[in-house]
Design a protein. Structure first.
Length: 261
């Protein structure tokens, strides 16, 4: 029987190279900070270079290591450049967090083809292709790795005005399963996190409104997600703590899906 390990050892990310898409704000920014704080060297990917540079400096000031790569997740050449830059600076990416995404508020009768395709492309297509590229490089380097896709509670139960987003996030859950089945034998674990309602700069005004209050009352734990509520799930799936987990989607939603079902 293996000796009992301390939490600090189980969740230690030293020696890992983590790439986080959508790292310039919101959940992605927090993911990058948490991974760096636990010892990973972090590659920050997003379109807003100035925000990435500010985050890189913040991580460095806290004693971590990070680099910034400006890239649109829909640009396949930019994707390859991001992985190349990561390998040149830190080595093969061993943890990929597919976080970048966009939302919409269109009802189905008004939802345009352009919006539909844009949401699906960013929230689903990019997740698959970044996972594919990351896995190819892990396998080529013979380096075990972890891929974490960010899904959503609305991948399990929908509400009005988010049809494209809900379909894309449901696709992320299924893509996670499909990727995990094929990559497990190659040493690459693929899991997902499905957050519920979290307050970020994008949705803060809405969630502080009367409609937001109605949503909050429908969450069994009685509140929205807060900064830090996803830290445990992230570290579980990225570290040795989750070494026997693949194909799973971890719900972090305050019990919302229980009611949806």
């Amino acid at each position: 029987m293996e000796r009992a390990m301390k939490a600090a050892d189980v969740f230690d990310m030293k020696g890992e190279v983590a790439l986080v898409t959508g790292a310039s704000s919101g959940l992605g920014l927090r993911f990058a900070e948490v991974l760096a704080a636990n010892g990973a060297r972090v590659v920050l990917v997003a379109r807003r270079a100035e925000r990435l540079d500010a985050l890189k400096d913040k991580i460095a000031a806290a004693g971590g290591q990070a680099m910034a790569v400006e890239a649109d997740v829909l640009d396949r050449r930019a994707m390859e450049r991001a992985f190349d830059a990561a390998e040149k600076a830190f080595g093969t990416v061993s943890v990929l967090v597919n976080n970048a995404g966009i939302a919409h508020t269109d009802r189905v009768l008004d939802l345009s083809e352009d919006i539909w395709r844009s949401v699906l492309a960013t929230n689903l297509d990019a997740v698959f292709f970044w996972a594919q590229e990351g896995a190819r490089r892990m396998v080529a380097a013979a380096k075990p790795g972890a891929i974490i896709n960010i899904a959503s509670v609305v991948g399990f139960g929908v509400s009005k005005g988010i049809a494209a987003y809900a379909v894309a996030k449901a696709g992320v859950v299924q893509a996670t399963k499909a990727l995990s089945v094929e990559l497990a034998a190659r040493g690459v674990r693929v899991n997902a996190i499905a957050p519920g309602w979290f307050i970020t700069e994008i949705n803060e005004d809405f969630l502080r409104s009367e409609k937001g209050e109605e949503i909050r009352r429908g969450i069994p734990l009685g509140r929205f997600g807060e900064s830090g509520d996803l830290d445990g799930a992230l570290l579980l799936l990225a570290s040795k703590a989750g070494r026997f987990m693949t194909g799973a989607t971890v719900l972090v939603d305050g019990g919302q899906v229980v009611q949806l079902r």
